[in-house]
Design a protein around this ligand. Structure first.
Ligand SMILES: [Zn+2]
Length: 314
């Protein structure tokens, strides 16, 4: 049994949207016979945190660590066999492991953990396009990025997918990715050949493609644009409000630890769920989606799992 440490919340489809329906234990994929459950596990901004935070790291001391994360993921996989493991970018930079291995070790470990996809964070350009290209072959999973145009960086483009369509438990899942504006974040010579486009416009295109043309049942955005800004800059909250048809935004960049996913309700439209789990791999997010026989989304559940000594392998 998975211990849901931080929160446990169920939401049910009522009318046009998902509404929170109080705390209920999640009993797993067998609870509603005939229904299809798919489980999304997610991280963001893991920032080369291979080992747990050392003593003296304040509230983060003793938390995180790649080995524990893997143990936890495997535990969840045992219970919820129809799952995806996704990341929202910024694997690079943060500990001496990055300075030494340039991200190769992180990509290797993420491949061992069985990540299905990640996206490109601003720190993925810290060693320039060439630096990413050098270690990208270690990633046995695709990078999904839809609003960066790699037209003049073909060496990087080979590792990037504009969209991804995966079949999980008979459900068609469409995934696209959003990267942050390079201005004031990534020096021009580091992202040479890569162009940023507006996340809202690109999201509308991607939803049209995935939802309408490809008939995906679930549309997920891996976003590294940030949760929300006071100056109104484009963010996950802005995208969720302005673009219809995204079921889930897995966010990153602002290192926001949402205690539970936020549900953006829209008049007469399906809602969008946003989740982001801090940084450094101290929390693993889990969101379960239940579909009926006609592949219509009926209910969701979510939980944040603290990555701590509980998952130490002996
Ligand atoms: Zn970050």
């Amino acid at each position: 049994m998975i211990d849901r440490k931080t929160f446990l919340k169920q939401s049910a489809v009522v009318g046009a949207g998902l509404t929170l329906a109080g705390l209920k234990p999640m009993l797993g994929y067998s609870r509603n016979p005939g229904m299809k459950l798919i489980t999304i596990m997610h991280t963001n901004d893991t920032h080369a945190r291979i080992d747990p935070f050392p003593a003296g790291s304040g509230s983060l001391a003793g938390l995180g660590g790649a080995a524990r994360r893997m143990a936890l993921i495997n535990k969840i996989r045992d219970k919820y066999p129809h799952n995806l493991l996704l990341d929202a970018g910024d694997t690079f930079q943060g500990t001496p492991y990055f300075n030494y291995y340039n991200g190769a070790l992180d990509f290797k470990l993420m491949s061992m953990m069985g990540y299905d996809a990640s996206t490109i964070g601003n720190h993925e350009f810290d060693n320039a396009v060439e630096g990413f290209v050098e270690v990208a072959p270690k990633a046995k999973f695709p990078f999904v990025s839809s609003n960066y145009d790699f037209i003049d960086a073909p060496e990087m483009a080979q590792f990037i997918r504009e969209q991804l369509v995966l079949h999980v438990n008979g459900v068609k899942v469409g995934i696209f990715g959003l990267g942050v504006d390079f201005r004031n974040l990534v020096l021009p010579h580091l992202h040479k050949g890569v162009i940023y486009y507006d996340p809202v416009l690109v999201s509308e295109q991607m939803v049209r493609r995935l939802r309408t043309e490809q008939q995906c049942d679930l549309v997920i955005c891996l976003s590294h644009i940030g949760y929300q800004y006071s100056d109104g800059r484009v963010s996950d909250v802005v995208v969720a409000n302005e673009v219809d048809g995204i079921d889930l935004i897995i966010g990153g960049h602002t290192h926001t630890l949402l205690d539970e996913p936020v549900i953006i309700e829209k008049q007469g439209k399906e809602p969008t769920i946003i989740s982001q789990v801090g940084h450094a791999g101290v929390v693993l997010g889990q969101i379960d989606f239940e579909f009926d026989r006609t592949n219509r989304l009926r209910r969701t559940w979510a939980a944040n799992h603290r990555v701590d000594q509980t998952y130490d392998m002996v």
